[in-house]
Design a protein around this ligand. Structure first.
Ligand code: NAD
Length: 500
């Protein structure tokens, strides 16, 4: 079986460490390839390549850097289905969903194509007599990205285009569960004309990550993954003097008000809860029904829709299933364990996805759509992120109770409300303690020119991904104050300079 190595200086380099992980095709359960788990020394070599490329790349005019992004955009458009096929083959999500993932990543490339405009900075003339002031947005140096399994193309693309277009060089550590799509992005960037060393991809696990967090040549760390690891990344990177943005886990609630359109709610909820088998940080995992009448109707309608859903391989079956397998056997068992737990905790299991059989794919990591009703806040299935096709219905009596429930949860990534009442929607937007809010939009993922990020324990660090925050994160501001044509020629000034 092939062993995937690293991409250093635009060249594929075989791994030298004795360690590797197995990458599976979740649809069949069969191993696809090995991925080398880089040693500390191999990781340092990737950092050295990025460091060596920094001087040349940071001095390359932004317009020239943008042209590389334009070529990358064209290549990514042309090769979108190849990237999507790799995503489906290793992650498991259905092909059309993988295509959508690539498109959402591509939008960040499009945003980065505008980098000359985004780096213009500010200028004030005559801030003092004959004195002008302007800001320079300069790149940081070697930046690092550490990414999760659930979006092997989109999440690296939240970081890479902005970081590189800003003039930084980059070392990326993809998820060891599905690295191939990420590696193809690296190859396409090289083909687009990115100079050697500007992007280096090092595959690995904690050994590689710990080098990236502590090496003094690294200036910033961007992380997306689970909350315990995000917290560790943020603490360690910060303790080593690095700028850090670390996005963590989620438990996203959708509030269903009595005046919402039931069919619109059900259609939105089904896609948001079970799309990508629930392995999305913006998946809706809790439906908060205001009133028993709303809950009874919703649960009945959901049960009907779930009965129509098809679970199967993400490629090669017509018509395309609605939902693919989970990423690994281990993850499938973990999610299945949560369904056992929900039953033990006393929630009502309305639809049970355990024990699903997909004909011809008996060894795949499948789990069917699962629905729990009468879930309460003291249950672990409510409190913890399950990250699978499991939707919990929580019943509350009022809007205020729904809002309080969401605000009390430790996570605050995304949320949404379905209502036809403008006052309720506005109150929700204003008062909910969550970073990304939808009104009659189930998965309110911000576009590339806005910023993506949650609140509370869904994020560590002040600056989010892409949009204006991305540019701010990947640049250091310098403010220049200059007087022409004369400076002080005689008589030192000892008092604090003020406008005269
Ligand atoms: P994960 O935290 O297990 O892994 C993320 C990355 O960290 C991987 O590259 C992995 O190799 C590395 N890693 C894992 N353990 C480590 C350790 N002990 N030390 C150093 N590095 C380590 O996450 P995952 O399972 O790949 O992804 C799913 C999680 O990501 C979910 O919790 C999901 O909510 C979250 N996620 C969040 C967002 C967001 O925007 N907030 C987006 C996507 C995914």
């Amino acid at each position: 079986m092939q062993t995937l190595g690293n991409l250093i200086n635009n060249e594929a380099v075989a791994g030298r460490s004795e360690r590797h992980a197995t990458v599976y095709n979740p649809a069949t359960g069969e191993p696809r390839l090995y991925v080398s788990l880089s040693s500390a020394d191999e990781t340092r070599e990737a950092i050295a390549a990025a460091q060596a490329a920094f001087d040349g790349w940071s001095k390359t005019p932004p317009l020239v850097r943008a042209r590389v992004m334009f070529r990358f955009k064209e290549l990514l458009e042309r090769r979108r289905d190849d990237v999507a096929r790799l995503i489906t083959s290793e992650h498991g999500k259905v092909f059309s969903d993988a295509q959508g993932e690539v498109t959402r990543g591509l939008e960040v490339v499009e945003f980065a194509c505008g980098i000359p405009h985004l780096l213009k900075g500010e200028f004030s003339s005559n801030v003092g007599r004959d004195i002008d002031s302007n800001s320079l947005m300069q790149p940081l140096g070697v930046c690092v990205g550490i990414t999760p399994f659930n979006f092997p193309a989109m999440v690296p693309l939240w970081m890479l285009p902005v970081a590189i277009a800003c003039g930084n060089t980059f070392v990326l550590k993809p998820s060891e569960k599905d690295p191939s799509a990420t590696m193809l992005l690296g190859e396409l960037l090289a083909e687009a004309g990115l100079p050697a060393g500007v992007l280096n991809i090092v595959n690995g696990d904690k050994e590689a990550v710990d080098v990236l967090l502590t090496d003094e040549r690294v200036q910033s760390v961007s992380f997306v993954g689970s909350t315990p690891i995000a917290e560790y990344i943020y603490a360690t990177a910060s303790a080593h003097g690095k700028r850090c943005q670390a996005l963590g886990g989620a438990k996203n609630h959708m509030v269903v008000m009595p005046d919402a359109d039931p069919q619109q709610v059900v259609s939105s909820l089904i896609g948001a809860a079970y799309g990508s088998a629930g392995e999305r940080c913006m998946a809706i995992s809790v439906a908060v029904c205001v009133g028993d009448e709303v809950a009874d109707k919703l649960v009945g309608m959901l049960q009907g829709e779930i009965g129509q859903m098809r679970t199967g391989p993400g490629l090669g079956v017509e018509p395309e299933p609605h939902m693919g397998p989970l990423v690994t056997r281990e993850h499938q068992q973990k999610v299945s364990g949560y369904i056992d737990l929900g039953v033990e905790e006393g929630a009502t299991l309305v639809c049970d996805g355990r024990g699903i059989k997909v004909a011809g794919y008996e060894n795949g990591f499948y789990l069917g759509p699962t629905l729990f009703d009468r879930v309460t806040p003291d249950m672990r299935i409510y409190q913890e992120e399950i990250f699978g096709p499991v939707l919990a219905v929580v019943r509350v009596k009022s809007f205020d109770e729904a809002l309080q429930l969401i605000n009390d949860h430790e996570y605050g990534n995304g949320t949404s409300i379905f209502t036809r009442d403008g006052d309720t929607a506005r109150q929700f937007e204003e008062n909910v303690r969550v970073g990304m809010v939808g009104v009659n939009v189930p998965i309110p993922v911000p576009m590339a020119f806005h910023c993506f990020g949650g609140w509370k324990r869904s994020v560590f660090g002040p600056l989010n991904m892409h949009g204006p925050d991305g540019v701010r994160f990947f640049t250091r501001m310098k403010t220049v104050t200059r007087r022409w044509p004369t400076g002080i020629r005689a008589g030192a000034e000892f008092a604090m300079p003020t406008m005269k």
